[in-house]
Design a binder for this molecule. Structure first.
Ligand code: G1P
Ligand code: ZN
Length: 544
């Protein structure tokens, strides 16, 4: 078999964003585009010779082709062994678990998460490091630097590998193990949760759940977990076959994109519990009967009830949330007497806290929750955590959340996204806010007085690295808050995210509809940032 060294020229747009390099499929199909990025990963890693890598993706269009290319490039670059998921499938959390279990150097995960798939959709490449988590900024920066100067890449000339079933192969000098990625994940979950208790709940006939996999990667995992191991009736998992275009849907588990599930849970004869996960399986949405749990509240509830779950029965070292996530979990941490860390947006910032055992549970408002069992957020893990709590407490989702608010107060919270707006004006809006932060302090807007305003900067408490410009925060003296940032995962124009939060300790005020409760702050966000003026939009594209 011949190794070819192919001459190439750099692309200027291969800077990894919040979560890897995410572009249109048509970009990745450009000659050498994928190859340049993969070679840049190999070139910027030290000591890859003979090492083990994990490889797989969320099954979206171009997954299989990309895997064949990467296998041949890995062999040509001297990788010793690759563990690749059957059919090229690896959910992001399952890959993270396998990297850790097999002490691999890292993994390449092919996913554009919740972005639509198909020939006209998006594709993505993420590199994860040895702890199983997303590459930290110093690694992604090194990869980006390399993409700017790359002149050649190496690839083995060989036939494609059959990924249809578990098997071992040799590709040049490299070993390939095509493995079932579902069972190791189920085994990991069995070490954390009380499967017998959950089985009792799901097979009792008195409790019904619906899990919507949105035709994305969690289908096989959800079938195995809920229907095979936990005794739920077949049909519990909806849209459980991964499709290359996710059935034309948008595999993002929120009230807008998972609307079929929302209709079931808010309809007549609704089940007791509903959940959905995203394209690559790291996000989750939790619903009760006619009840939506915000991701920020979900993190707080899991934290408050962690001792009911075997894997966390000895308590938590600490918790962490991304800056725009509501402070609901802060209230719980205060009561438990544990540390609560506030990090920039993106799971990679939790890695050091988890490695150093400063945090056990982490979460983001963007439907991401996870723990130190791996180094990614984990959609099905969150669903199992909720089921374990429900099985122990014997109450409904709504009862548990209302009871939580009574104890800790309610953080009303919402996010308004203005998707695919023009980049120029979106950047101007942010620049203008940045320049205003100093003068905003002390300013009075109706009932609201600005207590602080800044562009969030984070100093990692473990390695001291500093990440600047992570979002404009405007905090008010009554504890409410508005945050503005631009998305780092969108692929079309810019996406402005506006996060709005207020805190209500009085239980008699916990029944207000969220948009209603936050109305004055929503108006204020537009007044301060001139959102309509800069974006030309009258209303957000998505409200979560
Ligand atoms: C979004 C979310 C962020 C999450 C990331 C990857 O990033 O806001 O919390 O970590 O997707 O799932 P953004 O597009 O806001 O940069
Ligand atoms: Zn995802």
């Amino acid at each position: 078999m011949t190794i070819h060294t192919v001459t190439t020229t750099p692309f200027t747009d291969q800077k990894p964003g919040t979560s890897g390099l995410r572009k249109a499929v048509t970009d990745f199909q450009k000659p050498n585009y994928l190859e340049n990025f993969i070679q840049s990963i190999f070139d910027s890693l030290e000591g890859i010779q003979g090492q083990t890598l994990v490889l797989g993706g969320d099954g979206r269009y171009y997954n299989r082709q990309a895997i064949q290319i990467i296998l041949k490039m890995a062999s040509a670059n001297g990788i010793g062994r690759i563990l690749v998921g059957c059919n090229g499938i690896f959910s992001t959390p399952a890959a993270s678990g396998v990297i850790r279990k097999h002490k691999a150097l890292g993994g390449i995960i092919l996913s554009a998460s919740h972005n639509p798939g198909g020939p006209d959709g998006d594709f993505g490449v993420k590199y994860n490091v040895a702890n199983g988590g997303p590459a930290p900024e110093k690694v992604t920066e090194a990869i980006f630097e390399r993409t700017k100067t790359i002149t050649e890449y190496k690839i083995l000339e060989a036939a494609d590998i059959n990924l249809d079933r578990p098997a071992s192969f040799k590709l040049g000098a490299m070993d390939i193990e095509v493995m079932d990625s579902v069972e190791p994940y189920v085994e990991l979950m069995q070490t954390l949760f009380d499967f017998e208790k959950i089985k009792g709940l799901l097979s009792s006939g008195g409790f019904r759940m619906s899990m919507d996999s949105l035709h994305a990667v969690t289908g096989p995992y959800a079938h195995a977990l809920f229907e095979k191991h936990l005794g739920a009736p077949s049909g519990t998992v909806l849209n459980g076959t991964p499709l290359e275009d996710f059935g034309g849907g948008h595999p993002d588990p929120n009230l807008v994109y998972a609307h079929d599930l929302v209709e079931i849970l808010f309809g007549d004869n609704a089940p007791d519990f509903g959940a959905a996960s995203d394209g690559d399986g790291d996000r989750n949405m939790i619903l009760g009967r006619k009840f939506f749990v915000t991701p920020s509240d979900s993190l707080a509830v899991l934290t408050a009830n962690a001792k009911l779950v075997p894997g966390y029965k000895n308590g938590l070292a600490g918790v962490a949330r991304s800056m725009p996530t509501s402070a609901a979990v802060d209230q719980v941490a205060k009561k438990l007497g544990i540390d609560c860390y506030e990090t920039p947006t993106g799971w990679k910032f939790f890695g050091n806290l988890l490695d150093a055992d400063k945090a056990t549970l982490c979460g983001e408002e963007s439907f991401g929750t996870g723990s130190n069992h791996i180094r990614e957020k984990d959609g099905l893990w969150a669903v199992l955590f909720w089921l374990n709590i429900l099985a122990v407490r014997g109450e409904s989702v709504e009862q548990i959340v209302r009871d939580h608010w009574k104890t800790y107060g309610r953080n009303y919270y919402c996010r308004h996204d203005y998707e695919a707006v023009e980049s120029g004006p979106a950047n101007e809006l942010m620049e203008r806010l940045r320049s205003m932060t100093v003068e905003l302090k002390g300013k009075q807007y109706g009932d609201y007085e600005v207590a602080y305003s800044d562009d969030f900067s984070y100093t990692d408490p473990v390695d001291g690295s500093v990440s600047q410009k992570q979002g404009i925060r405007i905090g008010f003296t009554d504890g409410s808050r508005i945050v503005f940032r631009l998305s780092g995962t969108g692929t079309k124009g810019a996406t402005l995210r506006v996060y709005i939060e207020s805190y209500e300790p009085d239980a008699s005020q916990h029944n207000i509809e969220t948009q209603e409760a936050l109305k004055p702050l929503i108006k204020l966000a537009d007044e301060i940032a001139k959102i309509k003026e800069f974006t030309g939009r009258d209303e957000p594209t998505v409200i979560t």
